[in-house]
Design a protein around this ligand. Structure first.
Ligand code: MG
Length: 168
């Protein structure tokens, strides 16, 4: 087995969609970013790359490359999943830190979305929501969102890691 962690933060600004795990959350602001800014999917991607020790989201999808501008982070996650050749996801545990809006009504949709894209059972995806209790500067004033993720991968054929060396 291999384990990976991912972490990401994005500013929240008016005129952008708030996307979490591929689900649009109704709000008066959303993540700014080079891609669609889905902070949760970015943290999942980094956790997957971390588990395989093949760099990070910036290594694979550099913001200097216009191919990734405004791209759906679901497409980025699909590209990351293509690199798991020979590995399968055991489970994904996520925490989203967002002052507002309340995420509880959207948790099931987010879990379903992640499970669908990753082709794993709903029960293998955990999404927990926290506020910043008004603390931590921009996070507590609702001007930023953080996601942190842990993934567990089951190892497959050992030669798959070698195939990934081109990406490092
Ligand atoms: Mg990001």
């Amino acid at each position: 087995m291999r384990i990976g962690t991912g972490w990401d933060i994005h500013p929240l600004v008016p005129g952008r969609k708030l996307l979490l795990g591929g689900v649009e959350i109704p709000h008066d602001r959303g993540e700014s970013g080079h891609s669609d800014g889905d902070v949760l999917l970015h943290a999942i991607i980094d956790a997957l790359f971390g588990a395989l020790a093949i760099g990070d989201i910036g290594t694979h999808f550099p913001p200097s490359d216009d191919r990734w501008k405004d791209i759906s982070s679901i497409e980025l996650l699909r590209s990351a999943l293509d690199l798991l050749d020979g590995h399968t996801i055991g489970n994904i545990d996520c925490t989203v830190i967002l002052q507002r809006p309340k995420l509880m009504p959207h948790i099931d949709a987010i879990r379903n979305s992640i499970a669908s894209v990753c082709d794993i059972p709903y029960a293998s995806v955990s999404v927990k929501a926290k506020t910043a209790e008004g603390l931590l500067g921009e996070l507590g004033t609702g001007n930023a969102v953080i996601a942190q993720v842990v993934v567990l991968l089951h190892e497959g054929a050992t030669d798959t890691i070698g195939n990934l060396d081109d990406w490092v």
